[in-house]
Design a protein around this ligand. Structure first.
Ligand code: PMP
Ligand code: GLN
Length: 384
């Protein structure tokens, strides 16, 4: 009974792998959610908001205190000024922000450009909008961006570059020159940019992240999507947003008002305060803790015989399995769950050539996990 649009997508690989991890009592390094909680102080803020009567529908575009905090965040971090009344929409996580942007902006027959591997919701949302995509691969382990190849994918129907930076699952963070070249390409071909920046606070080794919207001349053609799930280790709260110039944000709102209308009010109130309270000192500790987890997981995977690429950002490591097995990644992932008790994510569904190409040799491991969880993974992976 599933519509023709959605039939090709089946069940999300995240749901599948988490179900298998639970069934086999495996460590879940497959789905990207922390196995620890965010700051307890933020829970108090949510409780307080509920007690103070923040319990009915919020303004559809988001609680004014929250859009003001989000606007403040863009100014502080990137020198980008957005009007909290008209240029920001609060969404149910970045997931809804992406869906509302795609549904609000694209018409049937339009095309988008993607970098491959791509997050699984992008092709599905494009299909729901009746749009399609062309992509260029980022090849393991360097993940270099081939701009000429990207430009060659542009047709008369291309409307949008859908970009994820820092990038899931490769961990690539675009460099200054790559961003400048992408900005020039989008200007040359008059493309809109939808940038998914959910890992904006997770970059390592001093590598800076800057959204494309902050590059000269780009503000007017860019929407930036993000959420508080990763930054505050509260992925279940689903407070996300889209920011951009009024004309584009009006299109997002046109879809958002019919997708969810508004997002959980007390959590919005809590995050409005948290975004202001948890500034640079919190973020520095947060990044340092993640760098430690990254370095530990890379070492564990190397010792176990994988070929991991060291991520510049995000909380994932993409590892080549060639040295360990002749099997393809989905089959090997099942073996890892059953025999070793560690769940990793096969990423073949993030590639257009799917089961045959580069993605068939790669597994993604998440390191948004406690150090003792990662040490337990080391013990279990030693069985390989
Ligand atoms: N985009 C990317 C690249 C992600 O990895 C995720 C999931 N963590 C999302 C979007 C979804 O974010 P949210 O949980 O805020 O909906
Ligand atoms: N974004 C998270 C990941 O990449 C999970 C999101 C989801 O479960 N849909 O693992």
């Amino acid at each position: 009974m599933i519509s023709r649009k959605l039939r090709p997508f089946g069940v999300s690989i995240f749901s599948t792998m988490t179900r298998l991890a639970l069934e086999h009592e495996a460590l879940n390094l497959a789905q990207g959610f922390p196995d620890f909680d965010g700051p307890g102080e933020i829970f108090d803020l949510a409780r307080k908001a509920m007690e103070e009567g923040c319990n009915q529908y919020a303004r559809s575009r988001g609680l004014p205190v929250l859009t003001a905090s989000i606007a403040h965040h863009f100014t502080e971090c990137y020198g980008l000024d957005y009007d909290p009344e008209t240029e920001i929409v609060v969404t149910c996580g970045a997931t809804e922000g992406l869906a509302a942007s795609i549904l609000g902006l694209l018409d049937p027959g339009d095309e988008a450009l993607l970098l491959e591997p791509y997050y699984d919701s992008y092709p599905a949302c494009l299909a729901m909008a009746g749009a399609s995509f062309r992509s260029v691969p980022l090849v393991h382990p360097e993940f270099a961006l081939d701009l000429e190849a990207l430009e060659s994918r542009i047709t008369g129907r291309t409307r949008l570059l859908l970009l994820n930076d820092p990038h899931n699952p490769t961990g690539k963070v675009l460099g200054e020159e790559e961003c400048e070249a992408l900005a020039a390409l989008c200007t040359r071909h008059d493309l809109l940019v939808l940038e998914d920046a959910v890992y904006e606070q997770l970059t390592y080794d001093g590598r800076p992240f800057r959204p494309l919207a902050a590059f000269p001349g780009m503000r007017e053609r860019c929407l930036t999507v993000s959420s508080t799930g990763k930054t505050f280790s509260l992925t279940g709260w689903k407070i996300g947003w889209v920011a951009g110039p009024k004309g584009l944000v009006d299109a997002v709102q046109a879809a958002h008002q019919f997708l969810t209308f508004a997002v959980a009010t007390p959590f919005q109130a809590a995050m409005a305060e948290a975004l202001r309270r948890f500034g640079p000192p919190y973020l520095e500790t947060f990044r340092n803790e993640y760098r430690e987890r990254r370095d530990l997981l890379v070492e564990i995977l190397r010792d176990a015989g994988f070929q991991p690429a060291v991520p510049q950002g995000s909380y994932f490591v993409l590892a080549d399995i060639t040295g360990l097995t002749d099997k393809k990644a989905p089959e090997f992932a099942l073996e890892l769950i059953r025999r070793v008790g560690v769940a990793a994510l096969p990423v073949d569904s993030f590639y257009t050539e799917g089961k045959e190409g580069e993605g068939s040799r790669l597994l993604r491991f998440a390191f948004c996990k406690r150090l003792d969880t990662l040490e337990e993974a080391r013990r279990r992976l030693a069985a390989l």
